[in-house]
Design a protein around this ligand. Sequence first.
Ligand code: ZN
Length: 80
Amino acid sequence: MFGDPADHEPDRPSWDCRACGRPWPCDPAREQLAAAHGRVELAVLMWDHLEEAARDMPQAPASELFERFLRWTDRPSGGH
Ligand SMILES: [Zn+2]
């Protein structure tokens, strides 16, 4: 699913977006993920990403990673 270099996907181990360079998931990535997955499925997926990111960035505070990876799935923007 991560084949197109134009996609907003994470570069590891920095977890910055390959397309726009912002911390992943950037806004376009969130929109793509929310569009492609149901809410529960999305939360499970993002938990997996969070755990991988925590391994890649052991210095990052857990609360910060939670905000970044999980918080937004709790209230989808609904902007589409
Ligand atoms: Zn991006």
